[in-house]
Design a binder for this molecule. Structure first.
Ligand SMILES: [Zn+2]
Length: 407
């Protein structure tokens, strides 16, 4: 079976994750898909395929030849983003794409245009899997699941020589919990790749260092008519805090390796005001400096407005996996070579976000991220070329079975 045929089946499962549910998996559809995937792995001859009590799917293939390659794992996530509707997905294949506008939904006038999504022009002549304009597609990350499953099928079918290989499908990645209950020792791999990136050829082993900051301002409210020299307006002090941060270090003004602080929620009144920030930087020293600036502003404003005016809570969320992957750069070199061997141009770039792979890297499983081939994740304009999925299966074959002649 081709990867895209599997993919079209997997998107029929509603696996939207739900941040409001603390259980794992956060939605029952994920468990339904997990059970189906475990059964498929069993049918492909992976006799240890299993779903654990949290909905993680694990399976392995023992080495079938003499090899000194390390035990390698491949991981994809089963859930889809809650940012867009993930049920009743009606995918369609636009065959031999002509480079023009794609009408996703005639009735609702939903059109995907290469004028807006210029990468569409890279796929003229290819077959694009698109949505009907009302839901996301789920290539993030069911394309990864389908590509890994097709790799397994082809290894078995073609009897490819390989070292020990491990496979896992995880729940709740989109709500940041995919690594929480991952059983690294039970998984059994020394190194792994997540297959969860975008455009064909993407290869990532650097992500942000991440922290959150909550600034609580304690003011003093008094009748405005009698407030002279008495009122301490928490709202104004909150604005003062924000205005001491560099205006250009925000998501809308940064790219590549440039970090930022991002105000993502504020509320309050004269008495109490709260500012919620996320802080991001690839560089650990710059990341620490950004947090230090928050502390210094808090200290300055406390001096100015009185002790206890500003309360600052800083909490680290995750770190750049580069530090954990760098001692094993052969993982990156092997992935690059596998891509080049099958005619895919590697695009090494920093992730402006986090991945489960970064968390797993700090849990003892160095884990760079590979592309799936998908574009425009988390929304109605998500699409993936069939040819990119086939190419990714070939990349995975080269990586998993580097000594196979016909891989
Ligand atoms: Zn993803």
């Amino acid at each position: 079976m081709k990867a895209h045929e599997r993919f079209l089946h997997y998107v029929s499962f509603d696996t939207t994750s739900d941040e409001s549910n603390p259980a794992c998996p956060s939605t029952p559809g994920q468990l339904t898909l997990a059970n189906a995937l475990a059964e498929e792995l069993l049918n492909l001859g992976l006799s240890d395929a299993r779903v654990d009590e949290h909905g993680y799917v694990y399976a392995s293939l023992p080495a079938n030849c003499e090899t000194d390659t390390p035990t390698l794992g491949f991981i994809a996530h089963m859930d889809t983003s809650p940012d867009a509707c993930g049920h009743d997905i009606h995918p369609r294949i636009v065959e031999n794409y002509d480079g023009g506008d794609i009408v996703l939904n005639e009735e609702q006038h939903v059109v995907m245009s290469p004028n807006k999504y210029t990468h569409l022009r890279d796929y003229i002549g290819q077959d694009l899997i698109v949505t009907d304009g009302t839901t996301l597609l789920g290539a993030d990350d069911k394309a990864g699941v389908a590509e890994i499953m097709t790799l397994v099928e082809e290894i078995q079918r073609d009897n490819l020589p390989h070292g020990k290989l491990c496979f896992a499908f995880t729940p709740d990645e989109e709500i940041g919990r995919g690594a929480d209950l991952f059983d690294v020792p039970g998984f059994g791999a020394q190194f792994a790749y997540t297959v969860d990136g975008g455009k064909l050829g993407e290869l990532e082993y650097e992500n942000f260092n991440a922290a959150s900051a909550v600034v609580t301002v304690h003011g003093l409210n008094i009748h405005p008519g009698e407030a002279k020299n008495k009122m301490k307006n928490a709202l104004l002090i909150a604005i003062e805090f924000q205005n001491m941060l560099p205006a250009w270090e925000i998501p809308a003004c940064t790219e590549g390796y440039e970090g930022f602080q991002h105000l993502n929620r504020m509320n309050g009144d004269e008495e109490t005001a709260t500012l919620h920030y996320i802080i991001r930087d690839h560089d650990r020293a710059k990341f620490e400096a950004k947090k230090e600036r928050f502390r210094r502003i808090a200290a300055y404003l406390n001096e100015k407005h009185g002790d206890g005016t500003i309360e600052l809570e800083l909490a680290d969320s995750y770190y750049n996996m580069r530090e954990k992957v760098e001692p094993y750069l052969f993982l990156i070199e092997n992935a690059k070579r596998a891509m080049l061997d099958v005619g895919v141009t590697p695009l090494v770039q920093p992730i402006r976000g986090g991945t489960d792979g970064s968390r797993l890297s700090y849990m003892g499983l160095p884990c760079p991220n590979l592309s799936t081939g998908g574009h425009n994740g988390h929304g109605r304009f998500e699409y993936i070329p069939v040819q990119s999925m086939d190419a990714m299966v070939r990349v995975l074959r080269r990586l998993a079975c580097p000594t196979a002649e016909n891989a």
